[in-house]
Design a protein around this ligand. Structure first.
Ligand code: HEC
Ligand code: HEC
Length: 341
């Protein structure tokens, strides 16, 4: 008899604790939280490089044109490949002369909303970023002066640059290449996913487990401290305790201890399709990522104060992964451009 009472009491406690957790945020709090994740309506274009259709179309040609590299075989799209969500599916990139680079190719999804660029945040505009891979001897190894001569010898490009930059005396210049490519890059946007449908009010768009995962992401697991808003990034740099020889931002900013091993927070759109993960591709699956944040990180001086042992249960880990999977959108075919002869 006492055993039965105790068993009933135990079941009551277990149920109560499950429900109290599910209720750690109220209905009203959930509504407010969901509002923070609404997709934006417009793409932000900077004043110094406003949108034009002509610039976008020219930028797309240049982005896919391997003649921009010294070898004539490597375009921006070789590494930022639309089939791999504008990355390359590899742990770290392969550049000029089959050089293995030390960092992973970041996805360019939703890059229009970013304000710092590269894993260590060393570049501050999408326009100035363009020349970094062009010039880098281990990436495209391009002599920009030579490239301008090459493009000037292609009649169709001459025409397209004139149309895109009608007021420039020298329409084919490093500046216009940068502006055109950046304009194209701003059009690379993740499509709507089941998560967005849920945010917009369709309760059936995602599972109960995924909804629980979303709450965990914003509460106990603490992910939203850095992966915030609709694109899931604070556009900032942090050390998340990943083992790596690469000290990231620490190489540039030696004055702040928390910048040692700090890397840029990547957005999480389509993340389930973008393994391997992290700046060095060292984590193979979302399972590995969750275990890293749960208790697998290195405790060191530079570790972000937002990272601490989570003690997640297996079902909480499953909830988080189910939630992350709802960020996957339907593939939209990318029409590859026909390059000027
Ligand atoms: C050899 C492969 C490769 C090629 C070719 C390449 N990239 Fe990248 N890209 C990378 C890697 C690797 C990084 C990260 C490097 C780092 O952080 O040190 C990167 C970073 C970027 C970033 C910053 C993304 C972010 O989230 O901060 C942008 C934008 C970008 N590349 C655009 C381009 C453009 C435009 C071209 C063509 C002109 C290009 N890339 C060519 C591999 C490549
Ligand atoms: C302190 C800020 C911070 C917190 C908290 C945080 N992240 Fe991250 N996240 C980052 C940074 C920075 C990186 C890139 C680190 C690197 O490459 O060295 C990253 C990388 C990732 C990646 C890999 C992305 C890619 O494109 O490779 C995933 C997935 C991820 N985080 C999910 C999560 C989840 C889930 C949580 C909560 C359990 C979480 N993060 C908590 C800052 C954070």
């Amino acid at each position: 008899m006492l055993g039965t009472i105790l068993r009933i009491f135990y079941i009551f406690i277990v149920l109560a604790s499950t429900y109290s957790y599910a209720n750690t945020i109220s209905q009203q709090e959930l509504i407010e939280l969901k509002a923070e994740y609404k997709r934006p309506k417009d793409i932000p274009y900077p004043k110094y490089n406003p949108y034009s259709k002509e610039k976008l179309e020219l930028g797309k040609l240049l982005f896919f044109d391997p003649r921009l590299s010294a070898s004539g075989t490597q375009s921006c799209a070789t590494c930022h490949n639309p089939s791999f969500y504008w990355s390359d599916g590899m742990a770290t990139a392969t550049g000029h002369g089959h050089n293995k680079l030390s960092r992973k190719t970041p996805s360019l999804l939703n890059i229009a909303w970013n304000e710092v660029f590269m894993w260590d945040g060393r570049d501050l505009t999408l326009e100035s970023q363009v020349s970094l891979p062009l010039r880098a001897t281990d990436e495209m190894n391009t002599n920009i002066k030579g490239l301008l001569v090459k493009l000037n010898n292609i009649e169709e490009y001459k025409l397209l640059f004139k149309k895109a930059f009608p007021t420039e005396e020298q329409p084919i210049s490093q500046k216009s290449i940068e502006k055109a490519i950046a304009t194209f890059e701003r059009s690379i946007i993740s499509e709507k996913s089941p998560f967005d449908d849920w945010i917009e009010g369709n309760e059936d768009a995602i599972s109960k487990s995924a909804k629980q995962g979303f709450i965990l992401f914003n509460t106990k697991a603490g992910c939203a401290a850095c992966h915030s808003e609709w694109n899931f990034t604070d556009d900032s740099l942090h050390d998340i305790g990943l083992p790596s020889q690469d000290i990231g931002r620490g190489k540039i900013d030696k004055s702040r201890i928390n910048m040692l091993h700090a890397f840029k927070t990547p957005g999480l759109r389509n993340i389930a399709k973008r393994s391997p993960y992290m700046h060095n591709g060292s984590l193979k699956s979302l399972n590995d990522v969750i275990n890293h944040y749960d208790s697998g990180f290195i405790k060191r001086k530079s570790l972000s104060s937002e990272i601490s042992t989570l003690n997640l249960t297996q079902s909480e880990k499953d909830n988080l992964i189910d939630f992350l999977k709802t960020l996957t959108s339907q593939d939209r075919p990318v029409a590859l451009p026909i390059l000027p002869k």
